[in-house]
Write a protein that binds this ligand. Sequence first.
Ligand SMILES: Cc1ncc(COP(=O)(O)O)c(C=O)c1O
Ligand SMILES: N[C@@H](CCCC[NH3+])C(=O)O
Length: 421
Amino acid sequence: MDHFDYVDGVMHVEQVPMPAIAQAVGTPVYVYSTATLTRHVGVFRDALGQLDDPLVAFAVKANPNAAVLATLAKLGLGADVVSGGELLRAVAAGIPADRIVFSGVGKTAEEMRLALEHGIFQFNLESEPEAEMLSEVALSMGKRAPVAYRVNPDVDAGTHAKISTGKSENKFGIPYDRALASYAGARDLPGLDVQGVAVHIGSQLTDLAPLEAAFVKVGALIGRLREAGHDIRTADLGGGLGVPYDPSKPLPPSPADYGAMVTRVTAGWNVRLMFEPGRVIVGNAGALLSRVVRVKQGAQAPFVIVDAAMNDLLRPSLYDAWHDIRAVEPAAERSAANVVGPVCETGDTFAMHRDMDVVEAGDLVAFMTAGAYGATMASTYNSRALTPEVLVSGGKWAVVRARPPIEALIEGDSIPDWVRD
Ligand SMILES: Cc1ncc(COP(=O)(O)O)c(C=O)c1O
Ligand SMILES: N[C@@H](CCCC[NH3+])C(=O)O
C-alpha cells in the first residue's frame, strides 16, 4: 500500500510509526499521507498528459479537510464543489475560483450568488428550473453565469446502486434525449453563458466500458449542439474511477488506462476537458487508525470490538463496502473474526468472517483506503465525538483536525426555560 508500510513489524505512514500517532492523539483517528496524495496527483496528471490544459477539479466531498485541500491546491488542482460550504472550504484552502466547478441538483439562490461573487469557472446545471433560477440570480448581479448542463446518459455504471448516478431513474442531470431542447431553453436565458457539457455516471467504477459509452454519447451531443449553433468550449467528464480496496480482487483500471481511453474517445472534440476525480486522489492516501477495545466470543467467530464505529467510517454499513483491516503490529497468526464498533446498531459492522491478523484488546488496527468518503461522512451518532485527522509528510506529522470535546456536542444544544420549568 502506498506509503503505509511495515518497518520492523510496525506499520508506518511514510516515516512515522502509527503507534506514535495513536499515543499522542488517541483513537480512532484518520491518518493521511502527503506523499501518497502527491503521487496520485502526478499519476492522474501523467495519465492526461496528451490533453491540452485539462482542468482537474478535485471532488471536495471525498475529503474536504483544509490541509488536504491546501496540499492539492499547491499541486495545482481545482475543486468540484456541491455546496456553498464546499466552495468556501476550497477558496479558504487557496484553490483559485477559476478552477472551481459547482455540481449538484439542489443549488440554492444563495449558493448561486456566492459562487457568482467568487467568479467560479463553471456551474454544472442539473435541471431547467435550476437554469432559470441561476439566470435570474446572475442578472440581478449584473453578471452572466458560465454553465454546462450535466446530461444523464442512461448508462449503467456497474457499481453499487447507491453510488450510481447515470441511469435515467437517478436524480442527476437532464435526460439525454431532451438535451437539445434544454440547451435551446438555456440559450434564451440572458443570465447564462452556455459553454459546455458535463457527465458523471457514478463512483468506484471498476470497468471503463460504461464510462466510454457515456463519453461517446457526450461527443455525439457536442456535435449536435454545435450544429444547433451552441458554442461548446468545455466538456466535464466527471470522476468515478475506482480504487483497489480488496487485494484479492482484480485491480480496477489504472489512471493510465483511463487517460488513454479518454484521449482516444475525445480526439477531435476541440474543447477544454475537465475532470472531477475524488476517490482516486485521496482513497489510498488515508487510513482509519483504531484500537481494539475487547474481543468477545461469538457463535461462529470472535467479535473484535474496536473503538471506531459506523459514525467514523460509514461505508461498510451504507454500501457493504470492503476495507482491508490490518494489525498495526501483526502477530504471526491469522484467523477469522467479525470486526464491529461500539454503536448500538447491527449495521455497525466492518467485516464478518474476515480472515485477518489475530488481535487482542489494546492492539491497534488500521482500516485501509479510508482517505475518501471517510471523515467527511462521519457523524456524532451515539454522541461520539467527530474523528480527528492527522496529516503526515515524511517524518513530520500534524493534527489537521482536533477531536472536539464531548462538552462541545452537549453545549451545542440549548434547553428553553419552558422545558426546564
Ligand atoms: C458530480 C460528481 N463529480 C465527482 C465525483 C467524484 O467521484 P469519485 O470520488 O468517484 O471520483 C462525484 C461523486 O461520485 C460526483 O457526484
Ligand atoms: N460516498 C460514496 C461515494 C459517493 C460519491 C458521491 N457522488 C462512497 O463512499 O463510496
